[in-house]
Design a protein around this ligand. Structure first.
Ligand code: SF4
Ligand code: SF4
Length: 377
């Protein structure tokens, strides 16, 4: 019988790099001690409304529970670092979300890689793709495989590429030789803990997602706690502050490609290039469907994006936004009305438009927001 030929680890690495992954490492398929930390984090309720994490916890800490026989992870990373995403006239978008939806392009690359590896001799069906397609602790697998070290910001930092990494993985039943841990650590640095606008990094390696803007502006539905709104600053979607202040960002050896040199998937979407915050605030369902389909920003929902736009307009304090915010006081979405009231209160406390909105408002939560915004004492 002819022996089945398998691609060597070097060949797997080369194929993955040809497919567009900047970093390729091999490690165990399970998260090890990071699984226990994850369970304790869930137990403390720090996942907020991300119920899918609690619902899948057993499979997340033990990947063999959803796919028997997986042994190794081919850990993958794409460095997406680049210019800040900023709408004309203000409103920032986290770098990972300025282009095409990463779920799509990253998954495309993972599936391309799987197809190529199968063609090269890794057994058909032995691998399962990541990039949020399967429930795994991506950061833990990346750290265990040596993509980078776990930083105090709870991000994975590559000593060569820095912290702007999109992580993905293929899990396989093959036994692949594990790579050594990545060198480096945060050392005595605490820049991200000090710079986080909401205090979400409660201690080194500890994130309270309920306070993190990457949660409140994206995953959270409904009203955002008033005490977090000013801290949101100019962030329309997500937040990059803990990455921007990290010294490993400037130490990254990768030259950042800009303009047409940037891979097509990472180039800023026309929303980021041409929309104003008031356009986001005013967009109807039809415009949302037409423009946001295929972007990662869609994750926040139309209601969430309009809410976020109201908060940022309030934080910017620009009188020119008042007409759009006053119009939003009559919106059909109570979340938009409530945050528009807050924003009017930031720009023009006690504005007469608030009183007429209060008189017609039937939603108790929104009325409270309006009354707070009217309070000029
Ligand atoms: S993403 Fe922003 S809010 Fe969240 S931990 Fe980092 S700096 Fe803080
Ligand atoms: S800013 Fe400093 S402490 Fe925070 S992740 Fe970067 S190196 Fe670590």
């Amino acid at each position: 019988m002819r022996a089945v030929s398998r691609p060597s680890p070097e060949r797997i690495r080369a194929i993955a790099q040809e497919t567009g992954f900047d970093l390729v490492r091999f490690g165990p398929a399970d998260p090890g001690k990071h699984g226990d930390r994850f369970l304790a984090w869930l137990e403390a309720g720090r996942h907020g409304e991300m119920h899918y994490l609690a619902d899948n916890k057993e499979r997340i800490v033990d990947p063999t529970k959803w796919r028997a026989g997986v042994r190794s992870a081919i850990a993958l990373a794409v460095d997406y670092g680049g210019p800040a995403g900023e709408l004309p006239g203000g409103g920032r978008v986290a770098r990972y979300a300025v282009g095409r939806d990463y779920h799509r392009w990253l998954r495309d690359r993972v599936f391309q890689l799987r197809t190529k590896l199968e063609a090269a001799g890794l057994p058909f069906g032995s691998m399962n793709g990541g990039a949020d397609a399967v429930p795994v602790l991506e950061r833990a697998l990346a750290v265990r495989a040596g993509i980078g070290f776990l930083a105090k910001s709870a991000m994975v930092i590559s000593p060569t590429h820095g912290p702007y990494l999109q992580l993905a993985e293929l899990l396989t039943g093959e036994e692949l030789p594990p790579d050594p841990p990545a060198p480096g650590s945060c050392g005595t640095c605490t820049a991200c803990l000090q710079a986080c606008p909401t205090g979400a990094i409660t201690a080194p390696f500890e994130i309270d997602a309920r306070r993190c803007l990457s949660y409140t502006t994206i995953e959270q539905r409904g009203f955002v706690a008033p005490e977090l709104r000013a801290a949101q600053g100019d962030w329309l979607f997500g937040c990059d502050v803990c990455l921007e202040v990290c010294p490993f960002t400037s130490m990254s050896r990768r030259a950042v490609a800009i303009g047409d040199d940037r891979p097509a998937d990472l180039r800023p979407h026309r929303i980021v290039q041409t929309w104003a915050l008031v356009d986001v605030l005013a967009m109807d369902e039809q415009r949302y469907e037409a423009e946001f389909t295929g972007t990662a920003m869609r994750r926040a929902t139309r209601s969430g994006l309009r809410r976020n736009a109201a908060v940022v307009l309030g934080n910017r304090g620009d009188d020119a936004a008042l007409p759009a915010l006053l119009t939003a006081l009559a919106d059909g979405d109570p979340v938009v009305r409530g945050h528009a009231a807050w924003a009017v209160g930031q720009i023009a406390p006690g504005h007469e438009g608030l009183e007429s909105a209060r008189r017609r408002e039937e939603d108790g939560r929104v009325r409270e927001e309006i009354e707070r915004a009217m309070d000029v004492s």
